[in-house]
Design a binder for this molecule. Sequence first.
Ligand code: HXC
Length: 513
Amino acid sequence: MEDKLKFLEERRQVVFQGGGDKRIEDQHGKGKLTARERLEQFLDPDSFVEVGTFVQTGLEDASTNEIPLPGEGVVTGYGTVEGKLVYIFAQDFTVAGGSLGELHAAKICRVMDLAAKNGAPFIGLQDSGGARIQEGVMSLDGYGNIFYRNTLNSGVIPQISVIMGPCAGGAVYSPALTDFVFMVDNSSYMFITGPQVIKAVTGEEVTPEKLGGALTHNETSGVAHFRAASEQECLEKLKKLLSFLPPNNLNDAPVLPPAEPTLSAEELLQLVPPDPNKPYDVVDIITRVVDGSDFFQVHEHYAKNAVVGFARIEGRTVGIIANQPKVLSGCLDINSSDKIARFVRFCDCFNIPLITFVDVPGYLPGVNQEDGGIIRHGAKILYAYSEATVPQISIILRKAYGGAYIAMNGRCLGADVALAWPTAEVAVMGPEGATNIIYRKEIEKSEDPQAERTRRVDEYRFRYANPYITAARGWLDDVIDPRNTRRHLVRSLESLKSKFEERPRKKHGNIPL
Ligand code: HXC
C-alpha cells in the first residue's frame, strides 16, 4: 500500500506542477498567477475539491508518472466563496498555453453539468491560446459542447467568465454566452481575429490592448461588464458580485442584515435641479436610498447614459436601473437599450426585484442611431420589462417623455408600483418641443414671438408637465416626498414578496435581437 500511496502522491505532484517551474516563472513574469494560485486566492481556504485531477489524453501506459499535458491544461472542481458553493474551472496557461482539446473541454463540461444539477453558480477563469491546434476538430467539438451547456444553463444558474489572459477566436463565445464577463487591464484580451490577422486582411494596425483589452470591451464594445487593474482586484470584484446573486433560479439571493444608507436622505431635496435641462448624477440618488449606500454597478463604463447594478434594500438584493442625466441628458440610445434590457432579463431570470429611477427626455435622435437600428434595440427594453414577472417598482424623478416614459417601466409595461417625485414631468415631449408644435401659429402671430414662446412654455409646464395628470389616471400610485423614497421602497417590496404572475405558455418568446 505504501508504494501505491507514494506513486499516487508523485502523480498528483506532477499534475500540480502543471507546465513546470520555467513556465510558471514566465506566467509570473507577465504579472499573472497560475491556475492553482488563482483558485487558492479566490476560494475559501481549503475549500477547493478538484474533479478530474488525472484526466489525460492518450494514456496507454499508466505505469509511469511522465504525463505530457498535466491536467489537460485546466483545473476543474468546486469550492466555496464566503461559504457559498460554486463550480469553477481555471485554465492553466503553463500547459500547452491553456489550449482547449477534447478532454480539456470534457473536464469543463463535467463541472458545468454538476453546477446545473446542484444549482450553484458556474465560474470560468479563462487563460488560453484557444483551440488546441494539434487536436483539430476535436477541439472545435469541445467548444461546441461548452456553448451548448452555456445556453442550456442560461437562466438556471448564474454563469460568470473571468478573462485573465488571451481569449481568441471562437473561444470568446463561451464568455459571450455567460451572464457577466470580467477583464483585467493589460493582461486579458478577447478578439475573434488578432492584430496580425487584421493587419494581413485589412491592413489596419492595432495593438492587442486596443483591439480587445479590458478598456475596449468595458467602454466601447460592451462585451465585458467589469474591469480591474489587477487579478487580485478582479477576484475581489467577482466575490462582491456573487454576494448579490442567488445560487440558481429557484433559490433566493442571500439576505444580509438591513442597513440604513450612510448618506443623508435630506439631501435628496437638493440633488435634482429644478431646471429640467440641468444635469445631475443619478448615482447620488441611488446611494441615498439603498442599504449602506452601497451600489454595485454593472457595465459601469459602457453606455453611461444609463446606470444598472445591484444593491440591497432591507438586506435583500434588488436590481437598479436608472437614466443618467449627466450623460447625453439620460437619453435612451442603442447601447443603453442593450445594457438595460440584458440587465432586466438577468434579474428576472433570478427573481431579483427591479427598481427603476426615471429621468429621460426620450430616445436619442440622430441618423447614426436610426441607421444602427435604434428601433429594434429600443424594443428590447420594452420586451424585457413586459416579459419580467419579478416585483417591479418605478419612480419618476423628473422627465419622463414620450416612448421613453413607457420604456422605463411605465405602469403599462407591468410596473407593480409606480411612484413619482413632485418634480416629475410626464408628457409626450418636453414643453419646448410641445409649445413649438401646438402654439406655432400663436407664436408666429405674436408681436414678440420670443416672449410669447417663453410664456407658452411656462404655461405648458405649469399645466401639463407635472405628475398629477398621470396620477389622476391612476397610472401613478402616489406622488411622494423624495425623502420618503426608501420607506416607500421598503413597504412596496414587502408587499410584493409573494408576488406571483404567469405568462402565456409557449416554447419561448422572440425578443428583438
Ligand atoms: C496548441 C498552443 C496554442 C494552441 C499556444 N500554444 N496556443 N498549443 N494550440 N492554440 C502553446 C505554444 O505552442 C507554446 O508551447 C505555449 O502554448 C505558450 O505559447 P506562446 O506562444 O509561447 O505564448 P505567448 O507568447 O504568451 O503567446 C500566447 C498566444 C499565442 C498569443 C496565445 O500562443 C498564440 O497566438 N496562440 C495561438 C492562438 C490561436 O490562434 N488560437 C486558435 C484560435 S481559433 P511551448 O511548448 O512552445 O511552450 C480558436 C477556434 C475556436 O480558438 C473555435 C470555437 C468555435
